[in-house]
Each structure stands twice: as C-alpha cells, then as structure tokens.
Design a binder for this molecule. Sequence first.
Ligand code: UDP
Length: 404
Amino acid sequence: MTSSPDHMLRTVSHVEGGPLRVAVLAPPWITVPPPGYGGIEAVVALLCEGLVAKGHDVTLFAAPGSRSVAEVCSPLEDTHADQIGSSLYESDHVAASYDAIDRAGVEGRPFDVLHDHSGYTAVAMADRVSAPVVHTVHGPFNKETKPFYQRHGHKVRLVAISRYQLEHAPAGVRVGDVVPNPILAQDWPFETDKDDYLLWMGRMDPAKGAQRAIAAALAAGTRLVLAGPVQPGQEEYFRNEIEPHVDGRKVMFVGEVGGVHRKQLFARAKAFLMPIRWPEPFGMVMVEALACGTPVIAFPEGAASEIVIDGENGFHVADEAAMAEATRRLDAIDPARCRESVASRYDPAVVADGYEAVYSRAIRAAARRIPRLAINRQSLTRADDRSGRVPHRVARASPLQPTR
Ligand code: UDP
C-alpha cells in the first residue's frame, strides 16, 4: 500500500504551512486521557489538543472509551490494562488502525502523516502503511530494544523525548529530533504550603526505585507516601521489597491514584523522590511534581539530569543517603521556580510546534522517494514487458521509507 505521487505532491505543498491530516496512534491498553497511571496516554491527550488548536485535522486511534478534541477511532472492543504488551491485542490494534488509514487513502481522504506512540508492532510494520510514520520513542534504548531499532528503525522517523535519549541511540539508528513530553502547568495546582511528607509515584518496577525511596525516607526520618499500580509481573517485587515496609505511618501505600487526589498528593508533598536506576527516557512524574511547585530530588539518570536543574528546582543526588541529606536543604528551592522550569520548557504549544516541524520533515523525506518510485515503476513495467516477472528488488521498494 503506497501513497500516490499526486497525493505526496499535494501534501508537500500543505507542508508549506497548511493544515495536515494527521493520524495519531496511541497504545491499546489505557484510555486517552488516562484515568490514573498512563504517561503516554497523557502525552497523547495534550498533543492532540495542541495539534487541533493549530488547525490540523487529527484522528486518534486509541483504546475504547478515549475522549479527545480529535476524531476518535477505537478498533478494539475493550481496554486491556491488565495485559500490557500482549502481542494479541497490540497487533490487532495496530493492524486494524493501519487498515483504516489505508482505507481512508483509497476513499480519497488520505492521511499526510501517521504519528505512532503505540510501540513495536507499529514500527516493525511501518513500511506497509500508506502514510509516512513518525514514531516517538517512549521507552529506553536498552539491550532488548537496541537490536529492534537497528533492524526496523529506518522504517520510521524516530523522535526522542530527551536529549539524553537522542545521544544514547544505538549505533546505526538515526534519531532525527528531540521533542519533549508536554505538560499544561495551569492544569496542576500550585502550592507553596507543603505538608510534612515525601512522595514517590510510579510503576512498581525496581528500576523506578520505590524500595530506594523507602530507604531514603527512613534515613531522613520523614513520612513517605507511595502511589502507583502493581502491574502484571511486579507482584513479587512489591510483596518482597515494598509491602513489608508499609506500616501506614512512616511508609504509606495508597495504590494507583488519579484525578484530584493525585494532583493534591503532588502539590502538598515537600519533595518528590526519583531514585531511578535506569536510563529514564523522560519521566512525567517529575514534571507533574514541578508544575505543582514541588521540588524533585533525583538520581541524575537519563532525562532526570535535564528535567531536574540541580539547586534550582531540586537536587541531583548519588544515592539514598544523599537523598535523605538533600531533604534537609529544601528551603533553598523556590516553588515558583519549580513551576516556571516546566511551564517554559514543556508547554503543549511548544511541543505541538516541535511535532509540526517533524511531520514536515517526514513528509518531505517521503516525497523525495517519489521520483525514485516512478523510476522503479518504469523499470518494473519494462521488466514485466520482457519476461512477465516482477524483479524482487522493485517489488519490495517502499516509497515511504524516509530518505536520510
Ligand atoms: N500515574 C498516575 N497514578 C498512579 C501512578 C502514576 O496517574 O498511581 C501517572 C503519573 O502521574 C504519570 C504517569 O502515570 O503521568 C507515569 O509516567 P512516567 O513517565 O513517570 O513513567 P512511565 O511512563 O515510565 O511509567
């Protein structure tokens, strides 16, 4: 399935400032916006708003129950939050979305660009859909994902969500742009009057460090509130390393939170703890805390080293002991500076501008392939004339593989 040269030429003229028809592909597991846990879904919600506000015609492919100012299309019947990563649902969601995108082209309403946030199936199959694909890398580049991106990354235009992530792309994988995740600071309550507790919020994954937050809070002698879902596969870690410390006084576990409760937890905390041991690609919880005027004390791994500005909106610390010690220096941090540090850098309008530029580059790169496609088609016709056989090389050429 390919875009026609006519459509690509029309699209390139749109790129000169006109509205684009954009398909945004969210994961199938959680609705947009998310009721509780759901960093990617929160990003997709704000991005759709930003793109529609800029006049683009946006269709969001997302889990059923999703709501957006964009047109929403939900290929699956149910959400599958308890089966995150299941290839059964992911491939179904992606293939059905790709079918709908191809059908729109056949029916004369082609998409100019497809922006994927859904994960690996969409990338691996990106050269089989009729629009150039932009893929935001929401996960880390690690030993599991590096070979995948080395094999399939050329099928999409890759976007990193932090400079750290861009700089740590695997050899041979070209990441063209950095566009950070958005946050609308005014959606979050700004609070200078803090309660006497520290907050950790996230997935119960050892890399996110709830167990290290407990050690740091106990060393500081300050109450800790832990919030987050225990996802499939995390039960044993939670049972062994977290639950034994939860006493309802020094360490409280409030489970997965959403809505006003979540915002108040961020706003009233005296600091947010981020004792990560992994190459954090972004870390929405940090910007959410900062938007509320809550300083972040972080191990400076991955994007934490960019989001947290040491001494201005929080502290970089090396380990749990240093984290405990930093809780005694919180008076040095101005809550207003915390909020300002995210409002200026991650506003949804800034992010929508960033992606608009990325879409233009992806569309232009796809269009540059068109003359080559035309040549391939001529040679294909000549080869057909002579032997009746289709040369394998030509049959496999994809006109939408971005030229770099
Ligand atoms: N979150 C939530 N309720 C919870 C735990 C987390 O709403 O109980 C949200 C959190 O506020 C953030 C997102 O889930 O918006 C997690 O995103 P982040 O980038 O921090 O982590 P990751 O995507 O790596 O899990």
